[in-house]
Design a binder for this molecule. Structure first.
Ligand SMILES: [Zn+2]
Length: 186
């Protein structure tokens, strides 16, 4: 006997104490199968809750109640499923919103240099005004470069002077290194 048949027989047996070959087979199956024994106990507990099923009125009431309970359970399952679907939809929406935000942020950040370039092209006067303080620094750098050039020209004109300066630089470097190293060696 299969479990499904056993359960059907258990359900049918509540209304009539049938002594047949099926009933014997059912008892045999119950002796072997713990799952069906548990089912039998559940049925007897339901009967004790909703009254004995021998009376047709009680039987119909208990069946109605069972059907109602099953329907409620189905409704709850459906509601849970709906909630799960809503959550999934919300998560998907959040995900798409996040992707859009990331794209906008990336676009904005990457467009800042382009924007600055566009401003530089369109509002040249403004950029020149903004760069005017920098012009002084650039002038100073150019003047320094010119002085350096003059110095280099002077030095290259006199090889003795160049050699002397090079020697002095080397000596100063050596002294500086020695002074710097001395405290570490002590
Ligand atoms: Zn079974």
């Amino acid at each position: 006997m299969r479990c499904r048949d056993a359960k059907q027989w258990l359900y049918a047996q509540r209304d009539s104490d049938s002594e047949s070959a099926e009933a014997t087979a059912l008892q045999d199956h119950l002796a072997q199968c713990p799952a069906c024994r548990a089912y039998q106990q559940r049925i007897s507990r339901l009967d004790s809750l909703f009254g004995p099923s021998t009376s047709p009125v009680h039987s119909s009431i208990s069946t109605d109640k069972i059907m109602l309970a099953i329907q409620q359970q189905q409704r709850i399952t459906q509601q849970l499923e709906d909630i799960r679907k809503q959550q999934q939809t919300r998560v998907a929406q959040l995900r798409s919103v996040g992707a859009v935000c990331a794209a906008i942020t990336f676009f904005t950040l990457s467009s800042i240099p382009l924007l600055l370039l566009a401003v530089a092209i369109i509002q040249t006067d403004l950029v020149v005004k903004a760069l005017t303080p920098l012009n002084g620094v650039i002038d100073v750098l150019i003047i320094l470069g010119e002085y350096l050039q003059t110095g280099v020209a002077l030095v290259s004109r006199d090889n003795w002077l160049l050699s002397g300066i090079a020697f002095a630089v080397v000596v100063m470097m050596g002294m500086w290194l020695r002074l710097m190293r001395h405290p570490q060696e002590a």
